[in-house]
Design a protein around this ligand. Sequence first.
Ligand code: ATP
Ligand code: MG
Length: 395
Amino acid sequence: MVQAFLVKYAEIGIKGKNRYVFEDALVRRIKERLQRCQGDFFVEKEQGRIYIEAKSAFDEDEVIDGLTHVFGIAHICPVVLVEDKTFSHICEQLVEHMREELGDTPFTFKVFAKRSDKNYDMQSPEICMEAGSYILEHMPNASVDVHHPQVKVYVEIRQRAYVYVTSIKGPGGMPVGTADRSMLLLSGGIDSPVAGYMMAKRGVRIEAVYFHAPPYTSDRAKQKVVDLAQLVSEYAGDIKLHIVNFTDIQLYIYEQCPHDELTIIMRRYMMRIAQKIAEERHCLSLITGESVGQVASQTMQSLAATDAVCTIPVFRPLIAFDKNEIIEVAERIHTFETSIQPFEDCCTIFVAKHPVTKPNISKMEESEKQLEEKIDEMVSRAIDEREVVTVRPEM
Ligand code: ATP
Ligand code: MG
């Protein structure tokens, strides 16, 4: 029976001198995730991998599901621990485990052995050979293939013996918290939750800002964004979501500026406000779900017009993604279903019939002069009066 898990990581293995920083962060993220699983666990880093040992009853599927949400993990191997290291005993346990995992379907295999207990009376090549013949003798569905085995059988002799045959793919990436903090502009659409997920996957700690326009946008539209943030938090960890009331600013822009420029000017104010909140929260960059050419506000010129109001970097991880590629990720991380709920978006309500697609920055700046009288005060008020919600993983 599986009592432990071996976690293998890819990229953080190559981080040189700072490797321990990444390993320690991964251990913390794993412990946090396991706290939400039934059972007690002991987690320890060891020679470029992490061992998790269950100290009480647990649900194997729940643990595996939890670990597939922890960035930094390349593979998860459920392990059987063999207390009595007598070789025949190890082989018995191994075959029992293989029967459980593989059933009676035919498979090819190769044994890999590792012996860190140097007092053990067999050496690695002998362990491989003997375990291999034991498997062949006791499992009629098994055959050896040393070049392309379907099943890699691992036998490790340490303080105790470890055997494992299954390797489940983890989510990859870097542990959250190893790459500073960033402010995600999160709308209720399909793209921005995916953009947040992708940056979190690189180890970035995410906060989010949502602009709503009550009563033009409803509470249900807002709830949808809270729900999306929660779904992203299943991977990214706790997310502080800043909800900014954008109504007055939007109406003011609508009153004062040419209507074909509304979308871009609104987006420039969203970026300005997001940046101010980012700075207050020690976020070093902004993230959006934009992708070149997707809509009028995502031409090269429009992106330049929104970039122009930012002094911190704006990351757009989806910039070269097709819509269907974005949807694939959204489906995989379970945000798609929520994103497609049909609620109004604050940008779509005030949008002009024929928005400019090639905005000229100096012309925008000229139009924004019409806002001089009240805009600074409106921006400050919107920031001061924002609502802050912290969402947490539930699984
Ligand atoms: P999404 O699917 O992410 O909503 P979209 O295709 O609808 O994207 P736009 O509406 O042009 O595209 O928005 C582009 C980006 O601007 C979004 O991905 C998001 O990062 C940000 N954004 C748009 N509207 C809002 C909003 N109301 N609050 C916060 N961010 C927003
Ligand atoms: Mg949108």
